[in-house]
Design a protein around this ligand. Structure first.
Ligand SMILES: Cc1cc2nc3c(=O)[nH]c(=O)nc-3n(C[C@H](O)[C@H](O)[C@H](O)COP(=O)(O)OP(=O)(O)OC[C@H]3O[C@@H](n4cnc5c(N)ncnc54)[C@H](O)[C@@H]3O)c2cc1C
Length: 615
């Protein structure tokens, strides 16, 4: 190992330790998905599928109708895309409707909407204008309202929350030019003044959505280190920063593939003086705050994704019936038909997952950290693929932009814009890869907890006791996973019941797989991303089957939508195919060969392949 490799190893270890230190360690409430990775399908945590009360639904319906009518009459999303501006009049109109205070409690002048109703509105807006959806979501889900609502002091809430009803926009500033997924690298500092009453913030924040128009923002910065267990620990603290504070410079507006209307930029902080009382939560608790806030904050992304997927389903249905080639509508050609069925089935699964997890967030009786990450990953991944397939079905018209289509008298479905707008969802609020790591870490938690005493420093006697305790636990746990168990799904339609029986058996198989991999790789498992990815993916698909079956049954029982069972049945078969593939891949794969080739590519062994191109 070279010196360079050694340093990378230490840096990696330090980043992992830092992330570990910041994670929410306790499981105060039951977690359905945690159970899935340990052989337990706790159906009653999911079913009956949660439904809005009549009163709640009415509130949501009213706001959706109001916002939809307003946006359709006042906002042209293609113009936003072309000009890069959401007009001032629309910003004022949105403020008048309370769009910037949707999640702010009524006592602070907000609309006080539930997570489900807020997500229903975001779902609708996302199907119309990506830039407007991201403006509202960055403000509300990760900007000032959510962390303040959850963790702010009464003084902070009274001072800042009423601003949002007046249309003040907020932002969240964590990312820096050299800091993306790994916050330990953060370089923006907040240094206490001599009297300790203020902090001076210095540094740069990148890609801060709304940062250029925000009145107030949450800024993450490094405060003086603390000694924890004899070791110096980096401290990251969250501050509420008013945008007109001297020393803040808006350096650059960033331009992107899509979302042309968002006001996202590079912001410089030079001796920006912020009072100590503007710390949210506590000094050193900034990252924990961000991670906890994101558990509900990132639920906007599944809602947005399913809104787009449903819009695609609409476009695909209309276009595939209307467009005729080779003697008939294109939807009647099998290649297109296969795509349509796939889009419908996956849109249904995304819908099932989104509203289930949103309701769980309102209910607050279940731990949703895994479900939030799973639905973020699952829905953003599938919506991207669905928009891509929609573009393919639209053919050349899919690639042409809406204004050009309109000028030629064609139906101006903006699939091209949707494709550009939707791609970022796989990157923001935790990339897909980071979601996988997060899910893996949380899913393995009970095993790691049991193994911890063995990995810690201690006497031989202490370790022996720990090993015996662990062996006693696994001696009963493991054989229980081998016994067949088909129960607990009474009242479920037979087509759905069979998928839940599969889920029950597959969850036990998954638990055995996790255990085998833990035994094989021990502490090194956390770095075995190829192994972990398959484990994670199986759990994701098992959760998707559960949500889908429960949702279909609910639609059947309450809305007499009997064909929902058909959608669920088809979706579950897709998911099962992926699950089988991942189990097979866990036993037999060519990961080593791929990773070895990747190393050679990075070491320029294949630079010769990059020939005859413009570099
Ligand atoms: C349009 C837009 C809006 C944004 N809005 C905001 C905002 O409002 N506030 C804010 O603070 N930030 C914002 N961001 C930043 C966004 O959150 C980051 O882009 C994201 O966290 C990823 O960081 P990165 O782009 O630096 O990628 P990197 O962290 O550099 O990662 C690059 C690639 O490597 C992968 N990778 C990294 N580490 C690992 C690992 N350990 N294992 C496996 N794979 C890994 C990543 O998944 C990714 O594919 C925004 C970005 C964009 C483009």
């Amino acid at each position: 190992m070279s010196m360079f490799d050694k340093n990378i190893g230490q840096e990696k270890k330090a980043s992992l330790e830092f992330a570990e230190d910041q994670r929410e360690a306790e499981w105060k409430h039951p977690s359905f998905s945690l159970g899935l990775y340990h052989g337990k399908v706790d159906w009653k945590l999911i079913h009956p599928y949660p439904r809005q009360s009549e009163e709640e639904k009415k509130i949501g319906d009213e706001y959706i109708n109001k916002f939809r009518t307003y946006l359709k009459e006042n906002l042209d999303p293609d113009e936003v895309d072309r000009t890069g501006i959401i007009p001032d009049e629309v910003m004022k109109g949105l403020a008048k409707f309370g769009a910037f205070a949707m999640k702010v409690p009524k006592e602070y002048g907000g609309l006080g909407l539930s997570q489900v109703n807020y997500n229903r509105i975001m779902h609708m807006i996302s199907s119309y204008c990506g830039s407007t959806a991201v403006l509202l979501s960055a403000h509300q889900s990760i900007g000032v309202p959510q962390p303040l609502k959850d963790f702010g002091t009464e003084e902070q809430k009274k001072k800042y929350l009423p601003l949002f009803a007046k249309g003040v926009v907020s932002a969240f500033a964590l990312t820096e030019p050299t800091v993306g997924s790994d916050p330990r690298q953060m370089t923006t500092t907040a240094t206490p003044t001599e009297d300790g009453e203020h902090f001076l913030i210095n540094g740069e924040k990148l890609w801060c959505t709304n940062g250029l128009i925000a009145g107030v923002m949450v800024v993450m910065a490094v405060t003086p280190p603390k000694i924890v267990k004899g070791k110096e620990r980096k401290q990251i603290t969250a501050f509420i920063v008013e945008a007109d504070t001297p020393g803040i410079e808006l350096v650059h507006r960033c331009q992107f593939l899509g979302l042309h209307g968002i006001q996202n930029g590079l912001i410089r902080f030079k001796d920006v003086k912020v009072p100590r009382k503007n710390i949210i939560l506590q000094e050193g608790e900034g990252l924990r705050l961000a991670l906890t806030t994101l558990n509900t904050g990132r639920l906007t992304l599944p809602a947005a994704s399913v809104g787009i997927a449903k819009w695609c389903l609409h476009v695909v249905r209309e276009w595939s019936t209307e467009r005729e080639q080779w003697g008939g509508p294109i939807g009647e050609h099998e290649a297109v038909g296969l795509k349509i069925g796939n889009i419908a089935a996956h849109t249904f699964a995304m819908d099932a997952m989104t509203w289930l997890v949103s309701a769980m967030a309102d209910d607050k009786q279940k731990d949703i950290r895994l479900e939030a990450a799973i639905s973020k990953y699952f829905c953003t991944h599938h919506s991207w693929w669905i928009v891509d397939e929609t573009l393919q079905i639209r053919g050349g018209q899919g690639y042409e932009n809406a204004e050009s289509l309109k000028a030629r008298g064609q139906h101006p479905w903006p699939v091209e814009r949707a494709l550009r707008d939707v791609r970022i969802n796989l990157i923001i609020e935790g990339t897909s890869e980071i979601m996988h790591l997060f899910i893996a870490r949380e899913a393995l938690d009970p095993h790691l907890g049991r193994m911890k005493p063995l990995l810690m420093k201690g006497s031989i006697g202490f370790k022996l006791m720990a090993a015996l305790k662990m062996a006693a636990y696994y001696a009963t746990w493991y054989p229980s996973l081998l016994l067949p168990r088909y129960s607990g799904f009474s009242g479920l339609h037979p087509s759905l019941k069979k998928h839940m029986h599969f889920t029950q058996m597959a969850s036990r198989r998954l638990a055995r797989l996790v255990f085998h991999q833990m035994m094989m790789h021990q502490k090194k498992l956390e770095a075995k991303q190829a192994v972990l990815n398959r484990i994670v993916q199986i759990g994701v698909d098992l959760f998707s089957i559960t949500a889908t079956c429960s949702y279909a049954q609910s639609l059947l029982d309450n809305d007499q939508k009997s064909n929902a069972v058909q959608l669920a049945d088809l979706y579950c078969q897709y998911a099962k195919e992926r699950i089988d593939q991942n189990f097979r891949g866990s036993a037999k794969n060519f990961d080593k060969q791929i990773l070895s080739l990747s190393k050679d590519v990075l070491a320029k062994e294949y630079e010769w392949m990059e020939n005859e191109i413009v570099k």
